[in-house]
Design a protein around this ligand. Structure first.
Ligand code: ATP
Ligand code: MG
Length: 250
């Protein structure tokens, strides 16, 4: 009994950490199961991605940066947004962007890398010393590249805390304007912050009408408590309550 009371008291006294910036991305009418890396997004989505980019640029103005997308739990849309953001910044701003699938749990939908083999990738670079260039896939003619996860591992803590991961991120940072990390959910995998503290900024993705406040708060606390620079939150899949014909006029 006292354990429960202790837990409740602890939850009450945990600091309430608020995200610095907020973005609201819409429910897409055609869910992006495949082709997320090359599909065109509706104008509303692009507008929100532009807002998100501005928020990120204002807080992290340096030119070669690592930005991570993470959710509290599974299926909130962190891979979708990591991929959408990468593509948006590469195509609209002509930036050199590398999207890194860093979900090594083997349990995600592997959405960001749909259409690409998972191997070789991140895991082989860290564990086997594979040269970086062997893992990178070019998505579009320009500067949008993808580094797949390389499959799954039970040694994610060792991978994330290794010098090789630090060196890899430094190398990517030197080669790309933006390196975007697509992460596994933070409340389910305690080792996630070990990787995300190495990013310049972290964006928390929550799903509209789905993520519970406690889960989002726990995710924020876990990230901030580990020393991650949490830039803001994206509320994903917000349904459009304004009819389409009216929406176009506002
Ligand atoms: N804005 C959106 N509109 C419609 N569908 C979406 C949207 N964002 C994500 N989805 C759908 O929700 C599902 C989960 O998205 P996604 O894989 O990006 O989430 P995730 O947080 O990366 O999940 P996981 O933890 O499994 O990796 C996918 O089927 C995706 O197509
Ligand atoms: Mg994912």
């Amino acid at each position: 009994m006292s354990k429960i009371f202790d837990a409740l008291r602890k939850a009450e006294t945990e600091p309430r950490i608020e995200p610095r910036t907020r973005t609201i991305t819409p429910e897409l009418s055609r869910p992006a199961r495949e082709g997320i890396l090359s599909r065109r997004f509706p104008e509303r989505m692009n507008r929100e991605l532009a807002t998100l980019r501005n928020s990120i640029e204002m807080v992290v103005p340096r030119s070669n940066k690592v930005i991570a997308f993470v959710a509290a739990i599974r299926g909130e849309g962190s891979s979708t947004l990591a991929a959408a953001y990468s593509r948006f910044v590469a195509t609209e701003f002509g930036s050199r962007v590398l999207l890194l699938d860093a979900d090594l749990t083997g349990e995600g939908e592997r959405l960001s890398g749909a259409g690409f083999d998972a191997e070789p990738g991140f895991l082989q670079i860290i564990a086997d010393g594979l040269p970086l260039l062997r893992g990178i896939r070019a998505i579009e003619g320009g500067g949008f590249h993808f580094l797949p996860s390389g499959g799954k591992s039970l040694q994610t803590l060792q991978v994330f805390s290794s010098d090789r991961t630090r060196d890899l991120l430094r190398e990517l940072c030197g080669a790309y304007d933006v390196t975007v990390i697509d992460s596994a959910p933070v409340t389910l995998y305690p080792e996630v912050p070990v990787l995300l503290t190495q990013a310049d900024g972290v964006v928390l993705v929550v799903q509209s009408e789905r993520t519970r406040r406690e889960a989002a708060q726990r995710a924020m606390n876990r990230l901030a408590g580990a020393g991650c620079n949490v830039l803001g939150a994206v509320m994903n899949r917000r349904r459009n309550i304004v009819p389409g014909f009216l929406y176009k006029r506002v």
